[in-house]
Design a protein around this ligand. Structure first.
Ligand SMILES: Cc1ncc(COP(=O)(O)O)c(C=O)c1O
Length: 490
């Protein structure tokens, strides 16, 4: 009887075990944390200076899996675990990382992420994330002001993909003639989007039940902008095929080419047709902070919604995206949900209970990642960051144009530059594919590739403000060496 009572007491008071005490030990955390910070600082020094040899230590997926399977079967200290992860990961802070669009995190933003990871506040419900939520409102106000919204609002969410979906749900709620959220589909809906838009727009539309035919892909013009001359034709044809067009999406810029659509022209079309205008500015929305490049977003203030990734062109750690709406009320349009356990007043907008507006229920404290940067360096940081990187892209393009054995795919207007090696007879698609593969396996540089009008191009995105002309000269030299080796091995 006494034993039973004791068991019951332990269950109620939740007596912790020695293991639990160890897992939460503050001294151990300090010791391991200081060691980790020292490791990251060393990594930062080695990568930014370019003194570490490789950007990536490429291993085939199966080999990497085998490595980790063996690793986790042995005992390792936390320091050895972290060190091994660090060594076997791609180094976005290396100036020869010129690949996909992800920022080399500004260290202070990484520190903010560490703080938020440890606090683990849920920044979607006010009581659970007061500081993060108030800061989020300030971040949103800053974006709104820079875009030129007079009555705007918005929130942060987990990535550009989710942000595009959220904005398009708001578009559907606002522009569809029925309430699909409650009643389901009874009409064929469609959106207009450039054929060069990021695949996540297509994915969002499919999630929303628009189907293949509801995603109307508009061809691009010679400059790779959505061809605004064709909008009327595609719109009318959709109408005559029984579709209600609810929205048009502009890219700022599109991912493969880095080309901004003509936002002003799209805005005029959207207004004339009374459809929603959304801008996917995941990559280049940050240019609103650049005095030199903000003109690329001319017309953005007329968009009903726009999304901007912090982890692309603003230096924050992933994954951190702003979804902004021209009208404050639209920011509540995507989701209508009753959740009595979270908030008391369903009908009150309660700006501070962000779960009413976001897909996430538990949301990370993303605002800290922006504000840590703003707090330390001011918003001038974003101008310096974007301007330096866009300048670097243009400079590299100019250099490519001066090389007789390389070809520029198109004149870049941002930090995305597509080019290929042409100094050899033969199938250029095949040769450039080989070049890219050898570069990946070699690991001295990291660049990616894309296909434009059926041709394969090498693709670079200048994400690192410390990538200089010397690095890009070395890249071309490396490519020439690869081609020589390919020739001799034939
Ligand atoms: C234009 C564009 N939109 C959306 C996305 C997806 O953003 P995220 O990776 O944050 O989900 C990307 C990613 O590269 C992008 O380039």
């Amino acid at each position: 009887m006494v034993f039973l009572m004791l068991q019951k007491q332990n269950a109620v008071s939740g007596m912790s075990t020695p293991l639990l005490h160890k897992a939460y030990d503050s001294n151990l955390f300090k010791e391991e944390g200081e060691a980790l910070i020292a490791q990251i600082a060393q990594h930062l020094e080695d990568t930014v200076s370019g003194s570490s040899n490789k950007v990536i230590n490429w291993k085939e997926p199966g080999d990497e899996y085998t490595f980790w399977k063996e690793f986790v079967s042995q005992d390792h200290t936390t320091a050895s675990f972290f060190k091994t992860v660090l060594e076997r990961s791609i180094h976005t802070h290396h100036p020869k990382y010129i690949g996909h669009q992800i920022s080399p995190t500004v260290p202070v933003s990484a520190l903010a992420t560490l703080l938020s990871a440890q606090l683990n506040n849920g920044a979607a419900v006010y009581e659970m994330g007061a500081a993060a939520i108030a800061l989020e409102r300030l971040v949103v106000e800053l974006f709104g002001q820079k875009i030129g919204y007079k009555n705007g609002d918005g929130f942060l969410t987990s990535g550009g993909t989710l942000a595009n979906l959220t904005a398009l749900l708001a578009a559907r709620r606002t522009k569809a003639s029925t309430n699909i959220w409650n009643d389901g589909h009874d009409k064929k809906l469609a959106i207009l989007v450039s054929e060069e838009a990021h695949y996540c727009v297509d994915r969002s539309a499919r999630i929303m039940g628009l189907g293949t035919d509801g995603i109307i892909k508009i061809p691009v013009n010679k400059k790779y902008e959505i061809d605004t001359e064709l909008l009327e034709v595609y719109y009318s044809s959709a109408n005559s095929n029984g579709f209600d067009v609810i929205a048009i999406v502009g890219s700022a810029p599109s991912t493969s080419t880095g080309i901004y659509d003509d936002l002003d022209a799209i805005a005029a079309f959207a207004k004339a047709k009374n459809i929603w205008f959304h801008i996917d500015a995941a990559h280049g929305g940050a240019a609103i902070f650049s005095n030199k490049y903000k003109h690329l977003l001319k017309g953005a203030q007329k968009a009903d919604s726009i999304i901007i990734d912090g982890h692309k062109m603003m230096g924050t750690s992933a994954i951190t995206t702003a979804v902004l709406f021209k009208e404050s009320t639209s920011s509540y349009a995507a989701f209508e949900q009753k959740a009595q356990y979270l908030w008391e007043k369903n009908d009150d907008p309660e700006w501070f209970n962000l779960a009413k507006r976001t897909f996430e229920c538990t949301k990370s404290m993303m605002s800290l990642r922006f504000y840590a940067i703003i707090n330390a360096y001011g918003i001038q940081f974003f101008d310096d960051f974007v301007t330096t990187l866009y300048d670097a892209g243009r400079k590299f393009a100019q250099y490519i144009k001066e090389q007789p054995d390389f070809e520029l795919a198109l004149e870049p207007i941002s930090n995305i530059v597509c080019f290929r090696y042409t100094g050899i007879e033969g199938d250029l698609n095949d040769i450039n594919q080989k070049i890219r593969r050898i570069l990946l396996e070699d690991g001295t540089f990291y660049i990616v590739a894309t296909t434009l009008r059926g041709d394969y191009y090498l693709r670079t995105t200048f994400m690192n403000p410390f990538t200089t002309a010397t690095h890009t000269e070395q890249l071309l030299h490396k490519i020439r060496t690869i081609v020589l080796e390919l020739k001799t091995s034939q």
